[in-house]
Design a binder for this molecule. Structure first.
Ligand code: CP
Length: 301
């Protein structure tokens, strides 16, 4: 295994399944996260140059559970505000002895950082609209928790797919499995990358897309990634693409409902978010176990 996790494609199918199995060891029989003082000599830095709740906090909890020292790097009060580049900033952390950097940025700079600073490990915690590999791992773990395997499953992803790093990493990750089908749905102007995709078919009519689905993942509109104000009638959008109990009637009765968060309740109703088939809260909790497994593996390599 390499020392960095920059893309889900850095991992083989076996490595993905091994990490998920390893993550299960960090959850006890009561569903609590184990605290194991495995890396008291290691320093982890959380460097988030874009907002985050789940990824940042779960990495912090994972690092604490493993006994690491954690630097919760505060970008807004750092010397970046005095004009220092991100490269000088991360090099400074490297020179001070940080072993592993959990890094989120709106631009694709993590590869260059990893090449320039070979002593440090880098974990991609969100790279613009490009990739979010640790989210893909926790999503795959959540599906396996409920369905045992991804083989044979009909998976539907609906929403603003073009701007979704969650979608791109998830699609790359699940392409390792022998799926029944993979269907992309959503507003055609938000799904350009997935019309004619080698990974699955595009079906703009959501109820049709949901027919016989085993797994349904909804994605919010990423308003912050649009350069111009989005000219969209939200009521029309909701009537066509919001995941509702009525539209879900065409999915299988035991279909699980997923969403990486944060939720805006444009792409999904509160009733669906809270329904018995929703595993959205379990995705959040799985984030800690998966990130404990990732930190353990990459701090050991
Ligand atoms: N899913 C996800 O990446 O959430 P945050 O932006 O809150 O970390």
């Amino acid at each position: 295994m390499t020392k960095n996790l920059l893309s889900i494609n850095d991992l083989s199918k076996k490595e993905i399944l091994d990490l998920i199995e390893f993550a299960n060891h960090f959850i006890d029989e009561d569903g609590n996260f184990r605290k194991e003082d495995l890396f008291p000599e290691k320093i982890v830095a959380n460097v988030f140059c874009e907002p985050s709740t789940r990824t940042k906090s779960s990495f912090a909890i994972a690092a604490n559970n493993l006994g690491c020292s954690l630097i919760d790097f505060d970008v807004e009060n750092s010397s970046i505000q005095k004009g220092e580049s991100i490269f000088e900033t991360i090099d400074a952390l490297n020179l001070m002895g940080v072993d592993l950097c959990v890094f989120r940025h709106s631009d694709s700079v993590i590869r260059e950082l990893a090449e320039c600073l070979p002593k440090m490990s880098f974990i991609n915690a969100g790279e613009g609209a490009i990739s979010h590999p640790t989210q893909a791992l926790l999503d795959i773990k959540t599906i396996i928790d409920h369905k045992e395997t991804l083989d044979g499953l009909n998976i539907v992803i609906v929403g603003d797919l073009d701007h979704s790093r969650v979608t791109s990493s998830f699609v790359e990750g699940i392409s390792n499995f022998d799926l029944g089908s993979l269907t992309f749905s959503g507003h055609p102007e938000m799904c350009n990358r997935y019309q004619g995709s080698k990974f699955g078919k595009y079906e703009p009519h959501l109820e049709k897309a949901l027919e016989n689905a085993d797994v349904v993942m909804a994605l919010r509109i990423q308003f912050e990634r649009y350069e111009k104000e989005l000219n969209l009638d939200l009521d029309t959008y909701k009537s066509e693409y919001q995941l509702t109990s009525e539209k879900l009637e065409s999915a299988k009765g035991d279909a699980i409902i997923m969403h990486p968060g944060p939720v805006n309740y444009i792409e999904i109703t509160e009733a669906v978010y809270d329904c018995d088939n929703s595993v959205i809260r379990q995705q959040v909790a799985n984030g800690v176990a998966i990130r404990m497994a990732i930190l353990s593996r990459f701090l050991s390599s």
